[in-house]
Write a protein that binds this ligand. Structure first.
Ligand SMILES: *Cc1c(COP(=O)(O)O)cnc(C)c1O
Length: 382
């Protein structure tokens, strides 16, 4: 092979073509700046798709988490429980509010928040008389956390839940859309997510008043007055009407994108599932994952190579792959933070980080591209 082959990305944007139509509409009406028809239409369509009362579209998923914490009254010195195995965007807004994160481990069946660890953490917090102001539950790589159990536990202590569904838009848990179980749900339309607006996010809820308040806070907390009247700190977090136009076009093909990503997973599973030491991320019974990224673990004792060897070999073939997220409790940023493992002496997220990787999973991957990825793994794992 003389020439470098085209790069295969972990998760590339995949436009439908209809986005242009909505952007053109915004241009024709000169609705370029925040607010306008696309914003309202995108919010309505997103709420309808997910079966919730409303949505507030924002500049990012991180902004959505921040506004949720803010509305739950999280402030300096408060405690917020958070899934440890996630992208840092889940936890950063806890720091924006001057609060203290306590990290909760994953369980093997979903790779998401361990109900046992959450129970122990809440029990301890209750004994100390300092319950968390919120629990942020993440749905990793498209797989829903065990939401009914986690919600029951949190309701038992009266603690509100923010569901970080940035990676699980379009997924389902017992027939209900991911992101609609918590008091707040959060989606992201960042460039690498299952659908993208180039950058953006949304807060969803069945409480339309909190969504109105979210729009208010996201618009510099500007009071309804002819002059500019302000009595609290606000943010500039709203989504622009152009960006919302991209979102409208993308949402129309979301179900197709879920099918395509699941197809990529199936192709990898069929080709690699039988190899020694390879185990794919499970899909909990009664749930449908959007399979945003195909994730798997490599047992080096069985496979003869490590996940890092595989990532390096893929890199040499101009293919992007990544380790599973480094758990937050292992990040220098959160050094010293409290952490509750799945079981005493058994940290599931650390194991997943030590052995896990994500393969390129874009909905626009061609059969030839998937074969290139599969070829590298087949060559390495003997
Ligand atoms: C992408 C992501 C976010 C943040 O979304 P942005 O829109 O990039 O701010 C939050 N949580 C998780 C788990 C993510 O993967």
């Amino acid at each position: 092979m003389s020439e470098q082959q085209d790069r295969i990305f972990l998760s590339a944007p995949h436009m439908s073509g209809n986005e242009q139509k909505y952007i053109q509409e915004a241009f024709d009406l000169n609705w370029i700046a925040p607010l306008g028809n696309n914003v309202q239409a995108f919010e309505k369509a997103l709420a309808e798709y997910n079966g919730v009362a409303g949505a507030s579209v924002l500049s990012s998923g991180t902004a959505a988490i921040h506004l949720a914490l803010r509305q739950l009254g999280v402030g300096a010195g408060d405690v917020v429980f958070c899934s440890s195995l996630t992208f840092v965007a889940t936890a950063n807004p806890i720091m924006y509010q001057g609060a203290r994160p306590v990290f909760i481990d994953s369980e093997p069946a979903t790779w998401n928040m361990s109900p046992g660890a959450l129970e122990r953490a809440l029990g301890d917090a209750s004994d100390r008389g300092v319950l968390p102001k919120a629990v942020i539950v993440v749905n990793l790589y498209g797989q829903s956390a065990r939401m009914d159990t986690l919600m029951d536990i949190c309701r038992g202590y009266g603690v509100p839940v923010i569901e970080d569904a940035a990676e699980s838009l379009g997924s389902e848990y017992r027939g209900q859309k991911s992101g609609t179980f918590g008091d707040f749900g959060v989606y992201s339309f960042n460039g690498n997510k299952i659908i993208t607006t180039s950058g953006g996010g949304a807060l969803v809820s069945n409480d339309v008043e909190v969504l109105d308040r979210s729009r208010f806070l996201a618009t510099q907390a500007r009071e309804p007055a002819l002059h500019y009247e302000h009595s609290e700190v606000g943010f500039n977090y709203r989504m622009s009407n152009i960006v919302a136009g991209v979102g409208r076009g993308q949402l129309e093909v979301l179900d197709q994108r879920v099918e395509q990503r699941r197809g990529v997973f199936q192709r990898y599973y069929d080709a690699l599932g039988g190899l020694r030491g390879v185990a794919f991320m499970p899909e909990l019974e009664g749930t449908t994952s959007n399979r945003w990224l195909t994730a798997l673990t490599i047992d080096p004792g069985e496979a003869g190579v490590t996940h890092l060897d595989i990532i390096e070999a893929l890199g040499e073939e101009n293919i992007e792959a990544r380790p599973v997220w480094k758990p937050m409790h292992l990040q220098p940023l959160f050094e010293g933070a409290e952490y509750y493992p799945h079981e005493e002496g058994w940290s599931v997220s650390e194991e997943l980080f030590r052995y896990g990787l994500c393969l390129p999973s874009g909905s626009n991957m061609t059969e030839e591209e998937m074969e290139r990825v599969i070829g590298v793994l087949r060559r390495l794992i003997t």
